[in-house]
Every structure is written in C-alpha cells, then in structure tokens.
Design a protein around this ligand. Structure first.
Ligand SMILES: Nc1nc2c(ncn2[C@@H]2O[C@H](COP(=O)(O)OP(=O)(O)O)[C@@H](O)[C@H]2O)c(=O)[nH]1
Ligand SMILES: [Mg+2]
Length: 301
C-alpha cells in the first residue's frame, strides 16, 4: 500500500523594505534571472510572478516592490500599492529582512503583515555579511518574538545551497490544491516586459544618484529577421532634457555599455542572437502622470 501524497499549491508573496534581497531570492529559488537586481533601492517596480513546480507542490512566488515610507511621487505610490495588494492576496507571506538590520521601514512592513492577518514566514537574508556573527542569534530571537511567524529561516540569497530548503518549508504551509499553472510555465510576464526590465537593470547599474528613479523603458518593436535573429527597438524615457545627455554618456559610451550588457542577457533569455537599438527621449515628469504611467505599463489604482 502506498501512502496517498498530498499536493499543495498557492501564492507566496515576498515582502519587505527595499533592498533586502527579495528579487535576488526569487531568482535563486527559480534558478533563473526573472526579476532585476541592483544595489539601489526601489529597483523592482512591478509585481513579478515566478512559478516553482515540483512533483509534490507548486509555489507561485510573487516578488514585490519594496514597501517604503514617504512615497511622494505617483510612481512610488503605485509601487507601494502593488506590494500591498500582493501581500493581501497571498496564501502565505515571506517577510524578508536583512540580517542584523531592522529599521523603521521594516517595522512598517511588519505592521502591515499583522494587519492583513496572513500567515507569515520570516526570512533573514544576507547572513553571509552579518558581522559580528555573535549578534545573529540574539537578532533572530528578538525578531521571532515580535510575531507568531510559522518559521524562521536564515539564509543568503546569493549562496544557492542556502536557499535549497526554503521551497519545501514554504510549501508545507500552502493549502492542499492541484497546480495553479501548467508545469512548464515560469512566469506570467511577456517577453516584451522582461526585455524592458533587463534594459532598465543595466541602466540602473550605470547611472548615478537619483537618475535611476526617473528612467523607464518602452519597447517599440520586436521583430524576427529572416536568419532567426531578434531585432529589438526600445526607448529609454527620462524626465528632463538634461538627463538625456547623462544617459547617452560621453560619445555615447554609457548607452553603448547598457546595450552590450543588455544584449548578453537577452541572448540568454531568448536563446538566440539579438540586435538592440536604444533611443533616449524626454517625457516631462512621467513618474507623476497617471496617463504616462499607464502607457508605460505601471499598474494603477
Ligand atoms: N551580501 C549579500 N547581498 C545580497 C544578498 N541578497 C541580495 N543581496 C544584494 O542586495 C542588493 C539588493 O538586492 P535586491 O534583490 O535588488 O533587493 P530587493 O530590493 O529586496 O529586491 C543587491 O546588491 C544584491 O546583490 C545576500 O544574501 N547577501
Ligand atoms: Mg526587488
């Protein structure tokens, strides 16, 4: 006689303040680059779904923009709303924090988790850089006492082996359910969307200070050539004329670097050679315009 196996499936939302490593964790769990990552906070602007399918379970992991305080711009308000609704819709919340750091923004996220009354797992990321190590255990114990977390999992999203046990831990707290997605589906995002994100990541890594927050990318065309290459034309939108020169760089150097780095990722994503053409254009204060945000694919109220 064989024991009947239970199949579990559901949504797990990765929530936390900006920069704790939510997107890095999503990519590590899926073993592929789905969500863009940079050392700058607020890199993730959208809800990104990654589907992890195993024989015994399927986890629909939702990466969210970091919940942040003092959001004045319309884009930032959209981002917070996206994160809040993913939190409210989740079967299980993975509250991601950074080892040895817990500030007022983490505090606000925890308050929200309490308010929506979703079951939550505490993920303590970046344990690789926690110094001194002796402070780690008291830190974990203090946080664990703050809320009835179902589990507390210290890990390092940058170290693949430390995330290995997380899927089974998450799945154990999901409802009994058949799979929600076909087994081969990895995300609900289109190739066009993933392409804009890759270009925005390369830009975010190269431009300084506040400029990453004023950039957005739009795909104008995506065509297959007769010899099987992919031709992509994209516009980088900035908010002011003065930002255009910065994005282009001296003699076009910055834009060229962005194009080269993006092409490498795109070749990998599409499994074929891509040709990428980038233009820089100005749309005044697009990040505060409901119409522009809608046109650029940001989810509104
Ligand atoms: N040392 C260390 N850095 C990490 C870890 N996970 C993420 N990071 C870095 O933290 C920064 C923010 O990561 P990201 O995934 O974009 O954070 P998010 O804003 O929460 O999505 C990036 O520079 C990552 O490389 C980790 O486990 N250890
Ligand atoms: Mg992110």
């Amino acid at each position: 006689m064989t024991t009947p196996t239970v199949h579990r499936a559901g949504y797990v939302a990765l929530v936390g303040r900006p920069n704790v490593g939510k997107s890095t964790l999503l990519n590590a769990l899926l073993e592929r680059k789905l969500s863009i990552v940079s050392p700058k906070p607020q890199t993730t602007r959208h809800r990104i779904l990654g589907v992890l399918t195993r024989p015994e379970f399927q986890i629909a992991i939702v990466d969210t923009p970091g919940l942040h305080t003092g959001a004045k711009r319309m884009l930032n308000q959209y981002m917070n709303r996206t994160a809040a609704s993913s939190l409210a819709d989740a079967d299980l919340v993975a509250f991601v924090v950074e080892a040895l750091r817990f500030d007022h923004e983490d505090e606000r996220v925890l308050e929200r988790i309490k308010k929506v009354e979703r079951p939550a797992v505490l993920v303590i990321n970046k344990v690789d850089q926690a110094q001194p190590r002796s402070r780690l255990l008291p830190y974990i114990e203090a946080l664990a006492a703050r809320h009835p977390f179902l589990e507390v999992v210290p890990l390092s999203a940058l170290k693949a082996d430390s995330v290995l046990r997380l899927p089974a831990i998450l799945a154990a707290h999901l409802p009994e359910s058949p799979p929600l997605f076909p087994p081969e589906q990895v995300t609900d995002r289109s190739d066009r969307f993933l392409t804009t994100e890759i270009i925005r990541e390369k830009l975010t890594l190269r431009v300084q200070q506040e400029l990453p927050y004023g950039l957005t990318v739009e795909i104008e065309r995506m065509d297959e050539t007769a010899d099987g290459r992919l031709e992509i034309g994209a516009v980088i939108w900035v908010e002011r004329e003065g930002q255009k020169a910065i994005v282009i760089g001296e003699g076009g150097s910055l834009l060229k670097g962005v194009g080269q780095a993006a092409r490498l990722d795109l070749n990998k994503l599409f499994g074929r050679r891509t040709h990428l053409e980038l233009w820089v254009k100005v749309k005044e204060n697009w990040a505060d315009s409901a119409n522009a945000l809608k046109a650029f694919g940001y989810e509104g109220p």
